[in-house]
Design a protein around this ligand. Structure first.
Ligand SMILES: C=CC1=C(C)c2cc3[nH]c(cc4nc(cc5[nH]c(cc1n2)c(C)c5CCC(=O)O)C(CCC(=O)O)=C4C)c(C)c3C=C
Ligand code: FE2
Ligand code: FE2
Length: 338
């Protein structure tokens, strides 16, 4: 029997249930990661255990309760479906597994399964189009830490990022085209945010990020791994595919946590400004996410919609996530086979 090639899809993580205790457990594991809260260990410990967990767990649990389905967390449900569809495409030569960086199914369990199945190689595809140390970097580190004691370490390939994958861009453009873009006053590309200091750490020259005008306006040798520069690239590519001109869209960043400055502009500030300028209908893409999750179906579709209406707007329309879109599965297949 020929050994199969292992393909591992990894997304961020989600609680096992929307109860406060499970959400707390998830947030604890997530936010205790030094790549996510990249302060001193003592600072992180006090911030997470004494401030964030007690205050945020009950609030986040309520939000998770709003989006939970009978099949569980939307993020997990979509990830499972993506893995099933990819397995169908790839056939018997491959073994496709999925895992979450935090909580379940854990990377430990899934890597053990690959070991038992005696796969010949493992290709890791973190489900984040844009590279960040807090997301992709953390997945890579965790996997390396798990396999380092194995007697036989198989060939492992790590996908770093795919911000302009043409099939993914096509999928986003097709999903956007389901809405008549001309009916909207403005389009937003709202990416998950990141602390500014993490962008600065990704500047390979130390003199590019926020020091050069429009530092994320094009990808170059210094900002090639910058989450913000890669996000701008994704947005430009989707805009190009939809023939959107620069005045008709804004790139912005959501989900800020804490008081430190995060990458700007903040989506909530942009939404408020557009409403106050008299814009009535916004179409919002969330191209940092390959599956609908709390940050899209609750933060954008519910919270930003309320904020927009409060300030005089009429409707924030979320563009559905990549989920099981065939062009997105084409992109996964392409990355798996390459
Ligand atoms: C797109 C990639 C992501 C990056 C980069 C990222 C960085 C990052 N996130 C937080 C804090 C939170 N994120 C939360 C949810 C969440 N984050 C991502 C992706 C990225 N995060 C996803 C896909 C999700 C949704 C998970 C789901 O179950 O649906 C949350 C939890 C929810 C909440 O309480 O609002 C927090 C907290 C930080 C601090 C950070 C980088 C430093
Ligand atoms: Fe996040
Ligand atoms: Fe930049």
């Amino acid at each position: 029997m020929k050994a199969k090639k292992g393909i591992l899809l990894v997304n961020l993580g989600t609680p096992d249930s929307p109860s406060t205790s499970d959400v707390r457990k998830y947030l604890d594991e997530f936010l205790s990661d030094p790549r996510v809260i990249d302060t001193s260990a003592i600072g992180r410990f006090f911030l997470v255990k004494t401030i964030i967990l007690p205050l945020r767990s009950p609030k986040s649990a309520k939000s998770y309760q709003e989006i939970w389905t009978d099949k569980g967390s939307p993020l997990l449900r979509h990830t499972i479906r993506q893995a099933e569809l990819l397995q169908e495409r790839l056939g018997n030569e491959f073994q496709v597994e999925y895992a979450m960086r935090y909580q379940n199914p854990s990377l430990e369990t899934v890597l053990e399964r690959f070991k038992q199945e005696k796969v010949s190689t493992i290709k890791v595809i973190p489900l984040f189009p844009q590279y960040a140390s807090a997301s992709t970097g953390s997945v890579h580190e965790k996997i390396m830490s798990l396999v380092r004691y194995w007697q036989i370490v198989p060939e492992i390939e790590f996908v770093n990022s795919f911000p302009a994958h043409p099939m993914m861009i096509d999928a986003f453009a097709q999903l956007g085209s389901k809405h008549n873009v001309a009916d909207y006053d403005h389009v937003l590309f709202s990416f998950h945010g990141l602390p500014q200091r993490q962008l600065i750490k990704a500047d390979l020259s130390g003199c590019h990020c926020q020091k050069v005008d429009n530092c994320c306006g094009a990808i170059n040798i210094n900002n090639q791994y910058c989450y913000s520069a890669q996000s701008h690239l994704t947005a430009r590519e989707i805009a190009k595919a939809l023939n959107l001109s620069k005045e008709n869209y804004t790139i912005c960043f959501q989900s800020r946590l804490g008081k430190d400055p995060w990458v700007e502009p903040y989506t909530s500030a942009v939404i408020e400004k557009l409403a106050k300028e008299g814009k009535k209908k916004l179409l919002v893409f969330c191209p940092a996410f390959v599956a609908d999750c709390l940050e899209t179906i609750f933060e954008v579709e519910v919270e930003y919609d309320e904020e927009f209406k409060y300030n005089g707007g009429e409707k924030v329309q979320l563009v559905e996530g990549l989920n099981d879109h065939p062009r997105w599965i084409d992109a996964l297949e392409d990355m798996a086979r390459k």
